[in-house]
Design a protein around this ligand. Structure first.
Ligand code: NAD
Ligand code: WQD
Length: 353
């Protein structure tokens, strides 16, 4: 028996647990007495995140398996050796533009990877999975806010891979394989743990708004390009439903416990129900950081939607969960992370970009 298997705590396999949302969820798992068993190939994360998870939670160590989820035998070995009761699956690639340029990498990592993981679960009799889906599965809004029964029509390969995995999960659940699934459709996760010890650490130029804004504030980039200020929105800039990553992480625990307690499967939006524009975010970040964010109004980014936000009411009804942290909290904690770690994690021991 390994040193990690002592005690009564339930062990949860967490593929992608070294990444942005995964690391925050590992903290919440440890805070509630679960043992996360992290599987990661470190293609977009750092071993340093594991040390920080331990630092925040006071855990002596966390089991980490450096592997690709497409390695089914390694997944079977991890589930068996650590006697995992459930899986919270974050592992995948997530850059929309890159997915358009290299779709096969995305289908391979996200779809083939999930297939391999599910096959390992089936072979080992592990019966519960929480899956990271995305609001991107909805595509162009037919109606807003998005409800879970909104038509699904992703507009890029990344979104198609999330849709494909949702379909695969639904078919697997319906087959009577003894697996239940919680499909979580995240809106726009931002922010960081309030200690500022873990956060999002993108490789290269950030694709997403918040890490870009934070890098401007800390002096790594001269200005923010605002992609379009002629949308039909209150100030002309794009509107999104931002969710604090700690709220999001907590929702995973609630979803996990729901799957452990009841046989049902579910698909649920995780958002706040509020829409904020790019300029709202910039203003809130300037206040939180005390730094000015110089702006350059640029062309619309190809493929961007003008505005979308969640109807979060089903999450409340089903899970008794709603967001509690505000845009101000998101900016304050993002700044704590960025100002404390201006270049991201101290050392990329593996998977360096
Ligand atoms: P992230 O890149 O920080 O984390 C993903 C982790 O998975 C990384 O640690 C990466 O190294 C690992 N990984 C990737 N491919 C792997 C593979 N084949 N085998 C093993 N490990 C692999 O991303 P994140 O923001 O934490 O996102 C987590 C999940 O949530 C992803 O599936 C993403 O698509 C989904 N999601 C993210 C957002 C967002 O805006 N951040 C929104 C909706 C959904
Ligand atoms: C937000 C707003 C931009 C950067 C993406 C994925 C989605 C999900 C979350 C994974 C938009 C504007 C951005 C910049 C800007 N990921 N912007 N300047 O596009 O809503 O969602 O991440 O599932 O699938 O598509 O998030 O943060 O990139 O953009 O003006 O430098 O900020 O135009 O209005 P997006 P984002």
């Amino acid at each position: 028996m390994s040193k990690f298997m002592q005690g009564n705590s339930k062990r949860i396999l967490v593929p992608g647990g070294a990444g942005y949302i995964g690391s925050h969820t590992c903290v919440e798992l440890l805070n509630r007495g679960y043992t996360p068993v992290i599987v990661d190939n470190f293609v977009n994360s750092s071993m340093a995140a594991i040390d920080r998870i331990c630092q925040i939670t006071g855990a002596n160590d966390v089991p980490v398996i450096e592997a690709d989820i497409r390695d089914t035998e390694a997944m079977i070995g991890a589930l068996r050796e650590h006697e995992c009761e459930a899986v919270i699956h974050f592992a995948g690639l997530k850059a929309v533009g890159e997915s358009t340029a290299n779709p096969l990498d995305y289908y391979s990592n996200n779809v083939q990877g999930s297939l391999s993981l599910l096959d390992a679960m089936r072979q080992t009799g592990v019966g519960h999975i929480v899956f990271s889906s995305s609001a991107t599965v909805y595509g162009t809004p037919v109606s807003l806010p998005y409800t879970e029964d909104h038509p699904l029509a992703p507009t890029n390969p990344y979104g198609m891979t999330k849709y494909a995995v949702e379909l695969m999960l639904n078919d697997l659940v319906a087959s009577g394989a003894g697996i239940n699934a919680g499909i979580l459709r995240y809106f726009n996760p931002i922010g960081a743990h309030p200690t500022g010890l873990i956060g999002e650490d993108p490789n290269g130029v950030p694709n997403n708004l918040m890490p870009f804004v934070a890098q401007v504030a800390v002096g790594r980039r001269p200005h923010l390009n605002v992609f379009g200020n002629d949308y039909d929105t209150p100030d002309g800039t794009g509107v999104r439903d931002y969710i604090h990553v700690v709220d999001l992480a907590e929702a995973h625990i609630v979803a996990l416990e729901k799957l452990l307690e009841s046989p049902d499967s579910f698909t649920v939006n995780l958002g706040s129900g509020n829409g904020y524009s790019v300029l709202d975010v910039v203003k809130a970040f300037e206040q939180a950081s005390g730094r000015e964010i110089p702006l350059n109004f640029a062309e619309r980014r190809a493929g961007d939607l003008p505005a979308y936000w969640a109807d979060p009411s089903y999450a409340m009804e089903l899970l008794g969960w709603k967001t509690r942290l505000t845009l101000e909290d998101m900016c304050r904690d993002q700044w704590a992370w960025q100002s404390g770690n201006p270049e991201g994690y101290p050392q990329r021991e593996v998977g360096a970009a």
